[in-house]
Design a protein around this ligand. Structure first.
Ligand code: PLP
Ligand code: COI
Length: 362
């Protein structure tokens, strides 16, 4: 069991109620052909916040959640989530990658959406217990993992536009394969924005993703897979790639935008920055303009673009569109994206040293 600092200090044990499934559905799952995030493991964790306190978490069979139609989640979208993954190493040991960073970010999102913060003990002990119960669901084949979706939402009632007085914290898991199949072509956004200064772009609020669907649908209709988000004011600065942070390689320098009110502080992004430094790759964290990228594409100095995020890991971008012109990226024999992806996944699956202490064994 994971022991958090608080628990060590107070010598308390977190209480978790466990209701096991009668018959596992695991035999119906083809682990060699896993989609992303659409096959769910046997159990889920649910914890309710009521009367001003988080109650005992319950691990129970995966099943629908029943809600009153006046629950505030339906009306005011008070909802946040995280995305993380569990892996198995070659000896069958289960492990997580930087899970406390997800816990911290969930609480950062919670604060912005006026959702009560979840204690480390409930998050970490609940998660590790759930993964112990569903350990067989963590895939072992290369490129697959158990995608973990912790989320919190307003289950309290009322049409008054104010924060709810009751919330749910839930964790579901899904054995998953690759997020993207095939080459990724992106469209640089000129009109819509996913986030604005002072808004909730830095939080993993469900509404941020709902707001992305329409511009993404327009991009898909034009033959692209994803939108490259630009700043809401001038659309001149490149900010994120769909639900990933973006990296751009010009000559041998890797550039990524600084985080802000509008950009999610990705854990993969931070890990890539650290690994790039370890590999002696020149990195610049600075604003990058669309015109600089177009000029680099035209002069041949634009070598790579890739997205980085938990679900998609590192996704190379094959080409991009901007103002009715398409630009292709060169096919390199040893791209940074490949090197960085291997380095990060080797750490995640215990195939390489973990110099920064990112792994947590369950
Ligand atoms: N940016 C957005 C908007 C995201 O939804 C995600 C996914 O979590 C990321 C970036 C990457 O963050 P992380 O690497 O922590 O998964
Ligand atoms: C993740 O990378 O975990 C995310 O949360 C992206 C998601 C919207 C699929």
């Amino acid at each position: 069991m994971y022991i958090c600092a608080l628990t060590q200090l107070n010598r308390m044990k977190s209480n978790i109620e466990i209701q096991r499934i009668e018959k596992s559905k695991i035999d119906s799952v083809d682990f060699n052909n896993l989609p992303f995030g659409s096959v769910y493991s046997d159990h889920m964790l649910e914890c309710t916040y009521t009367n001003g306190a988080w109650q005992t978490p319950v691990i129970k069979p995966y099943a629908p959640i029943s809600l009153d139609p006046s629950a505030k989640i339906f009306h005011y979208g008070q909802s946040i989530f995280e995305g993380m993954k569990a892996y198995k190493d070659k000896d069958g040991k289960s492990l997580l990658f930087r899970p406390l960073e997800n816990w911290k970010r969930l609480n950062k999102s919670a604060k912005r959406l006026v959702i009560p913060e979840i204690p480390e003990e409930i998050f970490m002990n609940g998660l590790t217990k759930l993964l112990e119960v569903d350990a067989n669901w963590i895939p072992t084949n290369d490129g697959s993992s158990l995608y973990i979706r912790p989320f919190m939402f307003a289950s309290g009632l009322g049409f008054h536009a104010s924060p709810a007085n009751e919330y749910k914290f839930v964790i579901c898991t899904a054995p998953s394969g690759a997020y993207f199949a095939g080459k990724v072509k992106v469209l640089i956004e000129e009109k819509y924005a996913r986030a604005a200064n002072g808004g909730v772009g830095f939080a993993k609020a469900g509404g941020n993703y709902a707001a992305q669907f329409y511009p993404t649908q327009l991009a898909i209709e034009k033959g692209y897979n994803q939108v490259i988000w630009t700043d809401d004011n001038s659309h001149e600065y490149i900010e994120e790639a769909g639900a990933m942070n973006i990296f751009i390689r010009i000559n041998d320098t890797l550039i990524t935008s600084p985080t802000s009110d509008r950009i999610l502080d990705g854990i993969t992004r931070r890990s890539v920055l650290q690994i790039a430094e370890d590999l002696n790759i020149d990195v610049e964290v600075r604003k990058i303009t669309v015109s600089e990228v177009i000029a680099a594409a035209q002069s041949g100095s634009l070598k790579e673009m890739f997205g980085a995020g938990t679900a998609a890991v590192i996704s190379p971008i094959a080409g991009f569109g901007y103002k009715d012109t398409d630009y292709d990226l060169p096919e390199l024999s040893e791209p940074f994206a490949q090197k960085l992806k291997k380095a990060i996944t080797d750490i995640q699956t215990n195939k390489a040293e973990d110099p920064h202490g990112w792994r947590v064994f369950i």
